[in-house]
Design a protein around this ligand. Structure first.
Ligand code: SAH
Length: 178
């Protein structure tokens, strides 16, 4: 079953179908808890102020940060994931603004954030989408704000499984403007 979650499709419609369908089951990225890296950043005081979670999935990272007192918004292309995230927020009596939105349209949010977190979003974007996406966080993060990214690294063994690996050089080249 490993390859059930091998993501190859690269247009928006197939992407919605893939992630929407994946969220019916229990895809490997859905761990049912926040990622340790974001918990550590929060505990180290690195996550400041309002937070936008891009490609939030079913919302564990967003919900964790909201529980720590941040004003958190989460956006995702897959309606099924956003519904699950909203259900979790309701069950946990938490307030997080979860919206179905393509991250290429972040400017439509009409507001900025102190911090943007990305847990597994950038590495699923295509070459064509990446620069368009990067222009958006520039208009979405407050001046002096921070973007934290957790992605598949070039150090992961190459192979058929998982999203494209991201190199340090790619990250630096992508985000060097602004
Ligand atoms: N951040 C979550 C989910 C990671 S999986 C977690 O850590 O568990 C990648 C997520 O990015 C999926 O939920 C997928 O629907 C979302 N995604 C992919 N392309 C997107 C796009 N263009 N706009 C918004 N969300 C997108």
């Amino acid at each position: 079953m490993r390859n059930k979650y091998f993501f190859v499709a690269r247009d928006t419609v197939t992407c919605v179908v893939f992630f929407n369908t994946a969220s019916d089951g229990r895809p490997p990225w859905e761990t049912g808890r926040p990622q340790t890296e974001f918990m550590q950043l929060e505990q180290a005081g690195e996550i400041l102020g309002s937070v936008l979670d891009v490609g939030c999935g079913t919302g564990e990272n967003a919900l964790y940060l909201a529980a720590q007192g941040h004003d958190v918004w989460g956006v995702d292309l897959a309606p099924a994931s956003i519904q699950k995230a909203r259900d979790k927020a309701a069950q946990r009596h938490q307030t997080v603004t979860f919206l179905v939105l393509n991250v290429l349209e972040l400017h439509t949010l009409g507001r900025t954030f102190d911090t943007v977190i990305d847990s597994g979003l950038f590495h699923v974007l295509s070459d064509e989408e990446r620069p368009r996406f990067v222009d958006n966080p520039a208009t979405t993060i407050h001046p002096g704000g921070t973007y934290f990214m957790l992605c598949w690294s070039e150090l992961e063994p190459a192979g058929g499984y998982g999203p494209r690996r991201i190199t340090q050089a790619e990250i630096q080249a992508s985000f060097q403007k602004g």
